[in-house]
Ligand binder design. Structure first.
Ligand code: NAD
Length: 248
């Protein structure tokens, strides 16, 4: 203890020097998460299918950021990400499974290929991420999965999306139990309506919410950074809403 009083360690500073992989990081919430993690001192591998925006973001964030073109629904593409992480850093401390797609449609007419594609990206993509990167994750590492409040209740008109996010919550809890002996924590965040390209152009009346507006990508990123940091060392297998009180 110093003469001035008790030390107050800045637990978010635990991210300094950590190696993070953020999927779907070229824009929206993933970009905000990558930017915050870099600002907190981490090295960040941004991955996405949109290469132009991803590469431009990595360049803007500076030498602790890099971009890898990556389709999360491909197990082989995940192996390539693992290879890049191993070559550049020798390990991965933080995995943010953020990539996702949102589609609406009628239960009776969803094309089979579209159903499969959505579940492959939103759900299998995160599971592939665990398979590829957990072998590189040392004790003390953290996984943050980005689900949704659509994974906490029904979402008419978006059945496969809601099912994928409910599934991601199940994968989160199961992985938390299975990976705890390795010292790896696994949690998920469940955003409400967040102002990103995903919902740009859609009209929603949010005036009934306790906080009657859309959230920002930065407001989700703060929660992701907390869960990735040692400040959350006793937190695993849990879901955290960031939804302006929508589910309250
Ligand atoms: N925006 C919202 O209102 C909202 C609400 C709840 C949950 N979410 C979730 O938050 C996450 C981030 O979404 P966002 O709001 O930033 O939307 P966004 O569309 O801006 O970003 C999603 C990113 O994922 C990338 N992506 C899509 N398919 C991919 C694939 N196969 N492989 C790799 N990357 C891929 C996209 O190119 C994009 O950069 C998603 O999982 C989404 O489901 C969003």
């Amino acid at each position: 203890m110093s003469a001035a009083g008790p030390e107050r360690p800045d637990l978010l500073a635990s991210l300094t020097g950590k190696v993070a992989v953020v999927t779907g990081g070229a824009r929206g919430q993933g970009a905000a998460e990558a930017e915050l993690l870099v600002a907190l001192g981490a090295h960040v591998l941004i991955t996405d299918v949109i290469a132009d925006e991803g590469a431009a973001l990595a360049e803007r964030l500076g030498e602790r950021a890099a971009f890898v073109t990556h389709d999360v629904s491909s197990r082989a593409a995940w192996d390539r990400v693992a290879e890049v992480a191993r070559e550049r850093h020798g390990r991965v401390d933080v995995l943010v499974n953020n990539a996702g797609v949102y589609r609406t449609g009628d239960i009776l007419t969803w094309p089979e290929d579209d159903l499969r594609r959505l579940l492959e990206i939103n759900l299998l993509g995160a599971v592939f991420g665990l398979q590829a990167l957990v072998p590189l994750m040392p004790e003390g590492s953290a996984v943050v999965n980005v689900a949704s409040i659509s994974g906490m209740r029904g979402h008419g008109g978006a059945l496969p999306y809601a099912a994928s996010k409910w599934g991601l919550r199940g994968a989160t809890r199961s992985a938390a139990r299975e990976l705890a002996p390795r010292g790896i924590r696994v949690n998920c965040v469940c955003p409400g309506a967040v102002e990103t390209p995903m919902i740009a152009g859609s009209t929603m009346d949010l005036s009934h919410l306790p906080i009657p507006r859309r959230g920002t990508a930065q407001e989700v990123a703060g929660l992701v950074a907390y869960l990735a940091s040692d400040a959350a060392a006793y937190v695993t297998g849990a879901e955290f809403v960031v939804d302006g009180g929508s589910t309250a």
